[in-house]
Write a protein that binds this ligand. Sequence first.
Ligand SMILES: [Zn+2]
Length: 271
Amino acid sequence: MPELPEVETTRRGITPHITGRRILAVEVREPRLRWPVPPDLQKRVAGRRVTEVRRRGKYLLLVLERGSMILHLGMSGSLRVLEVPLAPGRHDHVDLVFAEGLRLRLTDPRRFGALLWTNGPPESHKLLAGLGPEPLSDAFDGDYLFRRSRGRRIPVKAFLMDAKVVVGVGNIYANEALFMAGIRPERAAGGISRARYLRLAEQVRSILEQAIIQGGTTLRDFTDSQGRPGYFSQSLAVYGRGGLPCPACGAQLREVRLGQRSTVFCPRCQR
Ligand SMILES: [Zn+2]
C-alpha cells in the first residue's frame, strides 16, 4: 500500500513534469474508484494550468489556476508520466492529457484510490479538514503527542495511527517507530510519559525521512513507461519478522493482532 513516503516521492517525481503545464483533457476509462470520478471533471479542469503539486497526509493535491484535484492512491494506485502515447492497460483508469502529448496516468488495480475536484482550498475539503498535523512539520513533536494522549486509554499504536492525531503513520511505520522508541504497542496512550513521547516523535520523523530519501534514490524515473513506480522496501527491524530474533537483543519477537493489524514487538526491549 502506498504510504506517506511513497506519496511524497510520487509528488516529487511528478512535480517537475506537470507544474506550469496546461491540462488539455481528462480521459476517464473507469470512473468507479473509491468515490466516482466527477462526471464534469473534464469541463472543470480542461484549459487550466497546474500551479503546484502539494501533499496532505496521503492525498496529492494538484492545485490549478482555479480549483484543485484531490488524488489518493488507495491500496494499489500509482502515477506515471508518459511522454509518448502508450496504449492504456486494464487498470489504467484515468489520464490527464497535457500539451505536447504528455500524460499523467493513474493506474489502480484495486480501485480504492480517488480523484476528486474542489473549488475551494483543498486543505479545507471535508476529507482533509479533520486531519492531524504532518509528521515532518514543526507542529508534530513529543510535546504534542503527550498533550493529545492525556486521558486516552487506547493502545499507543492505535493512537499513533489515528490520522486525526497525526497523518501518514501507517502500520509498518508505527511498528518500527515503537520498537525504536522502546515502547510496547499495547500500552495505553494516556499512560506514557512526555520523555518517551519525545523519543517516539523523533523516531517517527526519522523513519519517514529515511524512507523518503530511500524512495528518491530507488524509485525509477517517473517517465519510465515500462515499469510502474515500485514501492521501496526499507530494511525493517520488526515488521514482518514475528518469531525471529530481535535485532537489538536476540529475544524472539512476538506478533499479535492489535486493532486487526499485525503488530510485532520485542518483549524485552519494549516496555
Ligand atoms: Zn529486543
